[in-house]
Write a protein that binds this ligand. Structure first.
Ligand SMILES: [Zn+2]
Length: 302
């Protein structure tokens, strides 16, 4: 075991060097224009201090971080019971994703989809004690097909100890993807820690996409570069490479669990420069059908 650990240190030393060189070529250049769409944020601005990142959950903070990170649009995940607390920021291109946890109000969902208030549907696997392929969700997938919106799944670790992990294993999404080919699905959090499963499900299914929000949470400045590399940058880099299709990868943070600018800088290190416009901007417009954004921003990465 000790030998293995020592070997790992040597290997990491070499990879760390390669990574440092690669990182340099992935750094932003002055002439880059990179509009960014964050497909996983929360806009329940109740003024509390988020316990992991210590960020104030206010609209001022949200808009300040948008500017720092160059965000031009975002998806806001809205819980079934918290709609009233979420700011209407449509004018700023913040679009709501209707969340289904333990309850499911199909009438309200359809009304929101019809009016354009909801631009996607979020299912909280693990928090909800049901598999993605449970018949309970069938009418939800039918509505997603009817209104041509994607379904986003929470996958992997649950923030609460009361979540049940067997339901949030991304493997369960394969069955749903095969049985509902006309619906696009997004695996949130890269299935973390089941990242290989998530990458394979997205690689194999043309209607499954990945976002890698909240692989690490809190203040990223307090995490060592080796930690950032191992738990955030490497998993994204590996899964992106495995999937062999830049059109399958989306960008998301899960703000306020972590800061927008630091997360973006780490994510950029994992994605080759030539794919930045797709991953950080264009793919979100296609998957979430953000017609408002079409032709609005120019992305150019030198
Ligand atoms: Zn979230």
């Amino acid at each position: 075991m000790l030998k293995y650990v020592l070997g790992a240190v040597v290997v990491f030393g070499v990879c760390g060097l390669l990574w440092a060189q690669k990182g340099a070529s992935n750094a932003s250049k002055e002439a880059d224009v990179l509009p960014v769409i964050d497909v996983h944020t929360h806009t329940r601005f109740d003024g509390r201090i988020e316990r992991s990142s210590k960020l104030p959950v206010t609209r001022e903070q949200y808009e300040k971080e948008w500017k720092e990170a160059g965000i031009v649009a975002a998806i806001s995940h809205v819980g079934d019971d918290e709609r009233g607390f979420n700011a209407d920021m449509k004018a700023k291109n913040v679009f709501h994703c209707y969340g289904i946890e333990e309850s499911r109000d199909l009438k309200r969902l359809e009304k929101g989809l019809k009016s354009g208030d909801f631009r996607c549907i979020k299912i909280y696997l693990g928090y909800s004690y049901k598999y993605a392929y449970d018949k309970y969700f069938k009418p939800v997938y039918q509505l997603a097909e009817k209104y041509d919106v994607p379904v986003v799944f929470h996958t992997g670790d649950t923030y609460s100890a009361d979540g049940k992990l067997k339901f949030s294993d991304p493997m369960t999404i394969d069955e749903v993807a095969v049985d509902n080919r006309k619906v696009n699905f997004v695996i949130a959090h890269l299935g973390n820690p089941w990242i290989q499963t998530a990458a394979e499900v997205a690689y194999k299914n043309p209607n499954v996409y990945i976002e890698a929000s909240a692989l690490l949470i809190g203040n990223l400045k307090e995490i060592s570069s080796a930690g950032l590399d191992r738990y955030l940058i490497d998993p994204i880099r590996w899964s992106y490479g495995y999937m062999e299709d830049p059109s399958k990868y989306l960008y998301g943070t899960d703000w306020p669990l972590t800061g927008m600018k630091d997360y973006l800088e780490a994510y950029k290190k994992a994605i080759p420069r030539e794919a930045w416009c797709q991953v950080f901007y264009e793919n979100a417009i296609k998957v979430f059908k953000l017609k408002e954004l079409e032709g609005k921003h120019t992305c150019s990465v030198k």
